[in-house]
Design a protein around this ligand. Structure first.
Ligand SMILES: [Zn+2]
Length: 551
């Protein structure tokens, strides 16, 4: 507190406070001193802490809640993409124009690099190089899609990489081809690297600028902490540089990327990276492993084969990046080294194999206070749902995907039997089974706006189709459960729950202030709410210009 007079530095009054503390879910006011919550409760009691120098924030008609924590997001990459040729939030009809404009604005760039195209803009989810060749013929183009699992390249890029009809698919990847075997300009999974390896790397200054842009984007949306869900050594160095100059205002868990090809020899290197980034706002305490791909390109690892469009089983069960016993070995070694293991698993087979690996680690090493987690969880076999609680594995969920969007209607449901179609994104079932649920956006795959994500978790309807049919409505969450998953739930996944994630005396004053109260039925759709202010330790890292913070 300031001045030793017992007065608070800041009071937040005049709007309901959703605390995410199960013992006291609601309060009227919060007082902050020295960056921590010093009181939360009735306005009358909290207002008694006002002194002459106390700032007062009055978000009338709004809602105060803990700062959102995004348990799975890619802000370093997303920020870089904002500096590149971005197709995020571009209408597909405008892709050609956007790419042409970027190329014209960057005449000296040797490559046109960027991302953000959506698969459902193209027949069968696959774009063609001919479209790019008409826009940029003189330079190579490399554009990833929103989920980062596929790339769209032009003829120049294919030629530079030497990819032709004679090029075999690399292990764990696929080159899209026409009937004659000619590459058509779409590359999936490891096949992307054939071109990506030729793209010049961004320098440290560009990476640091990307991190600051990504951070500013998250702060504007009320996010105060996140897990960057695939960080390599150079990105970690950039994070560290930003932190060292005091510009890292968010709390960050860097999940270091496990390189399948490098094997267990990389463990010592990961431990070294972790050692160099001890407490503070940046921690490299997790390791991320991609165990499968995505359903839309048939690279998700499924228990039963994909169907073809006519409903006939294909014999294809997708790609598991490691054999189950290899995965168990990796997870056991990482667990023994004290890492929190974060596994990407979309298919029901990938989820099961990840759970089996966590079981193997517990059998070999004994149980410890781990924060192992499985992210995405598109298909979870009903028999596997209780295992999250039994094994203490966090369900790291991306709620924005649990609706009937184009990906679901056109690229998913036609290739599934109805029984498995109903196993998708089972948030309510996992919660009922006792799993800890942590929400993340996976931006730039999806919007980073937690309020839009929460809206889908609550309604199972896409925000651009609000009158539409809910997807598996029995898996809807209520609003408190969805907000908890984006605050205290993800704080647990990030090992930040003792200090943040709920508004309680003694915790750090990381807060988000909304312009309306989504619990009020008159407030309209949840995702329409805007963030007026984002505070980290009581200091604004984002503030709407209209907001009076002077008191
Ligand atoms: Zn991701």
């Amino acid at each position: 507190m300031t001045g030793g007079d017992g007065a608070a530095d800041l009071l937040v009054v005049g709007a309901p406070v959703y605390t995410a503390d199960p013992a006291r879910r609601w309060a009227e006011a919060v007082a902050v001193g020295d960056g921590r919550v010093v009181a939360v409760g009735a306005e009358r009691d909290v207002a008694a802490l006002r002194g002459p120098a106390t700032r007062v924030l009055r978000p009338r008609g709004g809602l105060v809640l803990p700062g959102f924590q995004d348990a799975h997001v890619h802000p370093a990459m997303g920020g870089l993409e904002l500096l590149q040729c971005t197709l995020h939030e571009v209408d597909p009809a405008g892709y050609d124009t956007a790419i042409a404009r970027y190329a014209a604005d960057h005449p000296r760039a040797p490559w046109i690099v960027g991302g953000g195209w959506v698969m459902d803009a193209f027949p069968g989810g696959v774009p063609h190089r001919a479209q790019l060749d008409e826009v940029v013929a003189d330079r190579p183009v490399f554009l990833t899609n929103t989920d980062g699992h596929s790339a769209w390249v032009n003829g120049r890029a294919l030629a530079m990489a030497g990819i032709s009809a004679a090029t075999p698919d690399p292990p764990r990847g696929r080159i899209e081809r026409d009937a004659g075997g000619e590459p058509t300009g779409a590359l999936h999974e490891a096949a992307m690297d054939l071109v990506r390896d030729l793209v010049p790397d961004p320098g440290p200054a560009e990476r640091e600028a990307g991190i600051e842009l990504g951070q500013a984007h998250l702060h504007r949306l009320g996010v105060t902490a996140w897990q960057d869900a695939a960080v390599d050594g150079v990105t970690l160095a950039a994070y560290r540089a930003v932190a060292e100059r005091g510009a890292l205002t968010g709390r960050v868990v860097a999940a270091l990327r496990w390189q399948v090809e490098a094997g267990e020899a990389q463990l010592a290197e990961l431990q070294e990276l972790r050692r160099a980034h001890d407490p503070g706002r940046l921690r490299a305490s997790a390791v991320k492993h991609f165990h499968d791909g995505v359903f839309e390109t048939r690279t998700a690892a499924m228990l039963d084969p994909y169907l073809d469009g006519d409903g006939t089983p294909t014999g294809d069960r997708g790609i598991g990046m490691l054999a189950p016993e290899e995965l168990a070995g990796v997870v056991t070694a990482l667990d023994r080294a004290g890492f929190d293991v974060h596994v990407h698993a979309i298919g029901d087979r990938a989820v099961r194999e990840a759970l089996d690996a966590f079981q193997a680690a517990a059998d070999a090493n004994g149980r410890r206070d781990s924060r192992h987690q499985i992210a995405h969880l598109q298909f979870v076999h009903p028999e596997d749902r209780p295992r999250f609680r039994r094994l203490g594995v966090v369900a790291n969920a991306q709620p924005f995907w649990s609706c009937l969007d184009g990906y679901m209607r056109e690229l998913t449901l036609p290739f599934l039997d109805p029984e498995r179609a109903a196993w998708q994104y089972p948030w309510a079932s996992l919660r009922r089974a006792g799993a800890v649920l942590a929400f993340g956006s996976d931006w730039t795959v999806s919007t980073a706006n937690p309020l839009l994500e929460v809206e889908v978790a609550v309604n199972r309807v896409a925000p651009d189709d609000r009158g539409g049919e809910p997807f598996l409505p029995q898996e809807r969450l209520d609003l408190p459960a969805a907000l908890d998953a984006f605050t205290i739930g993800s704080a647990y996944a990030l090992r930040l729950e003792a200090e943040t994630g709920s508004i309680q005396p003694g915790k750090l004053a990381d807060l988000a202030v909304l312009d309306r109260d989504p619990f009020d039925p008159a407030a309209g759709p949840i995702g329409d709410a805007r963030v007026l202010a984002t505070l980290v330790e009581g200091e604004p890292v984002h503030a709407d210009p209209a907001l009076d913070l002077t008191g």
